[in-house]
Design a protein around this ligand. Sequence first.
Ligand code: FES
Length: 114
Amino acid sequence: MSDHPARAAITLDGEPRTVPAGRSLAAALLAIGAPVTRHDRAGRPRAPYCGMGVCFDCAVTVDGAPLIRSCQEPVRDGMNVVTTGVALTVVDSSTVNSTVVNSTTVDTTGEVAP
Ligand code: FES
């Protein structure tokens, strides 16, 4: 018998959703037809790409923590997931060419560097 319930109840962008349990959050979101995890600075939608924690295209906010790679995060009952992207602010781009958010380097274009 599995230790995982067959389904997990999460909140996705403020809406209650039921997703398959026992897999990564990225896989669970793909399974319910919600592949877009964030948008780049040009507003283009991004979705999980590498599936192994390298590209950061699957970054979401989980329980208030930004830049969580959903492909590396097990889905769990009760998690609050926000996929609308992370607001990144560079105060002076002429003197700052990168900033670190939760140990993740983000360049001045707003792209997340692995
Ligand atoms: S899909 Fe590439 S880091 Fe998650």
